[in-house]
Ligand binder design. Structure first.
Ligand code: SF4
Ligand code: FES
Length: 241
């Protein structure tokens, strides 16, 4: 059986009201299957019960444990420490207010998803009318990793962002009663599909295979196709005697 080894976690610490963030260091024993979340929960149990970290499902399904490890957006529950070096830096997602240590306020992601209606779950999949507001975009687990990794979102708070644009593309593929025109109007905007700089960081980090960058390219093609008849109509009017 392989021995565990010691890794030093360098963990971002901040509470609203603190003068400045700091990094605390915690030695943790790491085996071949130890995840970042395992190690953080061990720190909380054995070294510092005040460490704030969020999780629920423990299997890459709920999207609540997103954070950055050595500068890269990951789900802590499925990211193993093995192979990440003797010192591992753990920080909250970027571009969102820190609610405490490794937990950020996800309101910015939800605010971006709202204008595209946060599709979609088949009506047959709804548990009941009382849960209707909980429906969400298939595949996307709303973890926010893409938004944290996106260099455009880092500089433009109004940018709709990768998850919402991917959701819009999915909705336009299969509207299921949604207001298609309103969604098209929202994404055909300087802060919508045209704002993306093709960094592809979002697709790199997405743990759910959504491929937001690919979806944004698809959206642009769709927008151009939708514009062509309008442009042709204007041209015909212009040349009419
Ligand atoms: S598109 Fe991918 S990375 Fe972005 S919120 Fe959804 S699951 Fe997470
Ligand atoms: S705890 Fe649910 S995705 Fe990690």
């Amino acid at each position: 059986m392989r021995q565990s080894r010691a890794v030093r976690l360098k963990v971002f610490r901040y509470r609203p009201g603190d003068q400045a963030p700091r990094y605390d260091q915690f030695p943790v024993p790491v085996g071949p299957r130890t995840t970042v979340l395992d190690a953080l929960l061990a720190v909380r149990r054995q070294q510092d019960p005040s460490l704030t970290v969020r999780h629920s499902c423990l299997h890459a399904s709920c999207g609540t444990c997103g954070l950055r490890v050595n500068g890269r957006e990951v789900l802590a529950c499925v990211t193993r420490l093995e192979g990440l070096g003797d010192e591992v830096v753990v920080e909250p997602l970027a571009g969102a207010p820190v609610a405490g240590d490794l937990v950020v306020d996800m309101e910015g992601l939800y605010r971006r998803l709202e204008p595209v209606g946060r599709p979609l779950v088949r009506s047959s999949e709804r548990a009941g009318p009382e849960l209707e507001e909980l429906v969400r975009f298939e595949d996307c687990i709303e973890c926010g990793l893409c938004l944290s990794a996106c260099p455009v979102a880092a500089t433009d708070a109004g940018y709709l962002g990768p998850a919402a644009l991917a959701a819009a593309g999915r909705l336009l593929d299969e509207p299921r009663g949604a207001d298609r025109k309103a969604v098209l109007g929202r994404v055909d905007d300087d802060h919508g599909a045209w704002r993306c700089h093709l960094a592809f960081e979002c697709s790199e980090v997405c743990p759910a295979g959504v491929d937001p960058a690919g979806a944004i390219m698809g959206l642009r093609r769709r927008l151009l196709r939708e514009r062509l008849p309008r442009l042709a109509g204007r041209r015909d009017q212009a040349v009419r005697p």
